[in-house]
Design a protein around this ligand. Structure first.
Ligand code: KG4
Ligand code: ZN
Length: 339
């Protein structure tokens, strides 16, 4: 079964082709980091305009890379929720037009549910049920995935998403966006035990996350107590910036690891699946593997399938389509789904 997947939920224009639920044939992502860099965050209007300019080229490339013609497609899957409304609309309008003009069935996909199955491409034996941590720039949550249509949220962040926290700390450290990779690169030269940043304890046994206290702790450490974001770093900083980056990264990662392992234990899971941009983090991969108890396998997607991509939309679409799901052509977007 050949499926084209399209994702324009945020600032990446992405398309990919999958052969069934587990095999990625292509994945093409046009990032917009350069367009938003000067604004310190994603500007929705710029994002949707760039999607409109790029989507046709990105989809053509994804089909060509997969050696697939439009007439070979069994279905077209597209992200309808959640995301930026104007961005989502570009992908959905494009997918609808393609589906209608060629008589190809359309399948609507929830972006977070696609992150939750991205690891499948690299773990052929992965099967339901499992517990999943999705940590991205917009979401950080734990799910019990019991079947294709039985996905229950167990806990989520009370404030910032993990990736958002990396992005904000990158700004404080004067590093480029996206913050995750740039903070990680600097952290590689630092000591993770140099600064004792706080970990969110989530009331002992909770399955929720919080990153705003950690973000503020880094702010006050760099600028002095009560310091403002745009103030210069304090002159008497006791350690180097690489040490601050490494200590922050360790605290952020430990704040993700503890609730995830608790959720896996509570659900009696044999597999803990990780997805979302933050799943690319090396320290998260190392620490989760090191702390997982015997009998719990931790499954990460390959780095290229962690952040937003169309291949995961295609795989999730294949799974839903195989289960009989087809979307009507008056399909709408749902920007706040799952919030
Ligand atoms: O899944 P994604 O591409 O977009 C959303 O759906 O939000 O995730 C992007 C987020 C950004 O916040 C980025 O800084 C973070 O993932 N990220 C990382 C790493 N690579 C990307 N965070 C920590 N470590 C990384 N290596
Ligand atoms: Zn995402």
């Amino acid at each position: 079964m050949r499926i084209l997947g399209i994702d324009t939920s945020c600032d990446d224009t992405a398309a990919g082709v999958a052969d069934g639920e587990r095999t990625v044939l292509s994945s093409v992502v046009a990032t917009q980091h350069d367009l938003h860099a000067a604004f310190g965050g994603v500007v929705p209007e710029i994002a949707s305009r760039a999607h409109a300019e790029r989507i046709s080229v990105v989809v053509r490339r994804a089909l060509a890379d997969a050696d697939t013609r439009l007439e070979d497609l069994d279905a077209i899957a597209v992200t309808t929720r959640p995301g930026l409304v104007g961005s989502l609309l570009v992908g959905v309008a494009f997918a609808k037009a393609l589906a209608w003009s060629r008589g190809i069935p359309l399948v609507d996909v929830h972006h977070i549910e696609a992150h939750a199955i991205a690891a499948r491409a690299d773990h052929p034996d992965l099967a339901y049920p499992y517990v999943c941590l999705v940590a991205s720039g917009g979401h950080t949550a734990l799910y019990a995935c019991r079947g294709p249509r039985e996905i229950e949220r167990l806990g989520q962040t009370q404030d910032d998403a993990a990736g958002e926290c990396f992005d904000k700390v990158a700004v404080l450290l004067g590093l480029p966006q996206p913050g995750g990779p740039s903070v990680s690169r600097l952290a590689a030269d630092g000591r993770a035990d140099a600064v004792a940043f706080p970990r969110h304890r989530s009331g002992g046994e909770g399955l929720d996350f919080s990153f705003s206290g950690l973000k503020t702790a880094v702010l006050y450490y760099l600028k002095g107590p009560g310091g403002r974001r745009d103030a210069p770093h304090r002159a008497d900083l006791p350690v180097g910036l690489a040490d601050v980056a490494a200590s922050f990264e360790r605290a952020a990662v430990e704040s993700l690891v503890a609730p995830s392992l608790r959720a896996a234990a509570r659900e009696g899971a044999r597999d803990l699946v990780v997805g979302g941009g933050v799943a690319a983090n090396r320290e998260l991969r190392r620490l989760l593997a090191a702390r997982a108890p015997a009998g719990l396998a931790v499954r990460f997607p390959r780095p290229g399938l962690c952040a937003d991509n169309g291949a995961m939309i295609a795989m999730r679409g294949a799974e839903l389509f195989a289960g009989g799901r087809v979307a009507p052509l008056d399909l709408d977007v749902d920007p706040y789904a799952g919030d």
